[in-house]
Design a binder for this molecule. Structure first.
Ligand code: UD1
Ligand code: CA
Length: 503
């Protein structure tokens, strides 16, 4: 039987409060590696192809339902109004599908490291053993807090005993219940209906389903997980950090095996949803989040966070924060820049140091080398945006767009007051406030002309170091400037030479 046919339904138990997290957020919504705990469990179960996926919700129900609608619209939320225990939760789920027959996978919602393979193997073992109830187990170093698997002299499973209800001998057992079960729907319905609450917590334990089946002579099985790490639950923030680390190690191991260089695995964090191609290089302190992808030959880091961003072949991102951007082939970003959603750098483009961009297209080979804000802009190819240029996109009410043509040279400290267009091959003079379109090939100059007040230091700062330096310079030049003259420097003649901070 194929894995696809192995289970008719998946039931995820996610109604518990998760008290030990001490959080306003329901436990199963806590995030690690780019998904919620619940999201990880659903992702591991999805390939089983069950006809029904039921998620039992209760504590923080609205938030969990909203999350489900976003990440697993095919799953159905079933409400457990009162949290009367894991057995009761499973029962509520089965009540929602009264006609369901065949095998059901029941899984705790707080097991984020579960892998598809582990679930497939469990389902296969269940079928092969002809079992009616199969529990996944693990041998762990420290079984504290977990349900123990009690086996008889022949090694057959007899019961699952919660730690609080266990005898000292049972507590010494290191084989624990993973909180993952495959059971025949009819059998499970019947046995859950008869669950008692005579335990330390006064709850209906799903784990109490096993012993009565054994006593009734039904075929049951307990299957050890290949990797105990797969089945570790997550009950508090320390465990969350530990699971996150394990998950990240797995992601990085896979990447390194596939040919990605990870310089420092300890400080590199890659979501399970991100993709990195062979021969990409991740420097220390990198986070790749969401749907980020990094192509071959690209270098990211050190110290960069990329969210939902595409980095194409041979590109480089250094010490920057990049959200929802596309960094084209061989383009470069940073150090110390902030790229916001809608930023698209074409091939060989450059966004250098201390630059912020948003909704900005930077054309092929164009450069924004230093200290600029580029918001709501289209920049053609081969353009250079001088240092400290601001794309003034906001008039206090609405945002407007700026269009810069091909091979444009924007002078340093230009304010481009949108909406405005600078034509192909045009220049702007440094320090200009450009409020009108600049036609192709023109020099846009929009600043006050300079005037020099000769002798001002001698008269107004007599005896100062500046006055001595000025006097020495005048003496050396063998000339005395006109006592009180002012000279104006033509803006036109100097505009071009001071315009650019081109690299
Ligand atoms: C449970 C198992 C334990 C196992 C461990 C593995 C029981 C009684 N014990 O313990 O044997 O070793 O998982 O991690 O099942 N839930 C509901 N409704 C409820 C109560 C719980 O939906 O009324 C859900 C929780 O959200 C959780 C799961 O059931 O996802 C297990 O509950 P939890 O309280 O975490 O059980 P553990 O003490 O961890
Ligand atoms: Ca748990």
């Amino acid at each position: 039987m194929s894995a696809q046919q192995a289970v008719a339904a998946v039931v995820v138990l996610a109604a518990g409060q998760g008290t030990r997290m001490r959080s306003a957020t329901p436990k199963v919504l806590h995030e690690l590696g780019g998904r919620s705990m619940l999201g990880h469990v659903l992702a591991a179960a999805a390939p089983l192809g069950a006809g029904e996926t039921l998620v039992v919700v209760g504590s923080g129900r609205e938030a969990v339902e909203e999350h489900l609608a976003a990440v697993a619209p095919g799953a159905r939320a079933v409400v457990q109004a009162e949290q009367l225990g894991s057995g009761h939760a499973a029962r509520v789920a089965l009540d929602a599908v009264p006609d369901l027959e065949g095998a059901v996978l029941v899984v705790n919602g707080d097991a984020p490291l579960l892998r598809q393979r582990t679930l497939t193997e469990l389902a296969r073992a269940h079928v092969e053993a002809g079992s009616v109830f199969t529990v996944l187990t693990a041998e762990v170093e420290d079984p504290t807090g977990l349900g123990r698997i009690v086996r008889d002299a022949e090694g057959a499973p007899r019961a699952i005993v919660e730690e609080r209800d266990a005898t000292p001998e049972q507590r010494a057992v290191r084989e624990v219940n993973a909180g993952v079960y495959v059971a025949n729907a009819g059998t499970l319905r019947r046995v859950l209906a008869g669950l008692a609450t005579d335990n330390a917590q006064g709850e209906q334990y799903l784990t109490d389903a096993l012993a009565p089946l054994v006593e009734g002579g039904a075929p049951v099985a307990a299957v050890r997980a290949e990797d105990p790490a797969d089945v570790l639950g997550c009950n508090d923030r320390r465990e969350l950090a530990a699971r996150r680390r394990t998950l990240n190690d797995r992601v990085l191991d896979d990447l390194m095996r596939s040919g990605v260089t990870v310089v420092d695995p300890a400080t590199t964090w890659v979501d399970v949803t991100a993709a990195v191609a062979p021969d990409a290089l991740l420097e220390p302190g990198v986070q790749l989040r969401g749907t980020t992808s990094v192509a071959a030959g690209a270098v990211v880091g050190p110290d960069s966070t990329l969210v939902d961003t595409t980095v194409e072949e041979g590109a480089a991102v250094v010490r920057s924060h990049v959200l929802g951007a596309v960094v084209g082939p061989r383009a470069s970003v940073g150090p110390f820049s902030y790229l916001r959603p809608g930023t698209r750098l074409a091939a060989d483009a450059k966004v250098g140091a201390f630059v912020e961009t948003k909704n900005a297209e930077v054309g092929e080979g164009s450069k924004v080398p230093h200290l600029s804000y580029v918001g709501d802009a289209t920049i053609g190819r081969g353009a250079n945006i001088g240092a400290a240029t601001v794309f003034v996109n906001y008039d206090g009410v609405a945002k407007h767009r700026t269009t810069i043509g091909d091979e444009v040279r924007i002078g340093s400290d230009t304010m481009l007051v949108a909406p405005v267009t600078v034509g192909d091959g045009a220049y702007t003079a440094a320090g200009s406030v450009i409020t009108q379109d600049v036609p192709p090939g023109a020099m846009g100059v929009a600043r006050a002309a300079q005037r020099n007040v000769a002798g001002w230091v001698r008269r107004r700062r007599p005896g100062s170091a500046a006055a001595r330096a000025a006097a020495a310079a005048e003496g050396a030049a063998g000339q005395q400037g006109p006592a009180d003259a002012e000279t104006g420097a033509g803006a036109d003649s100097r505009a071009g030479s001071a315009a650019n901070s081109e690299q």
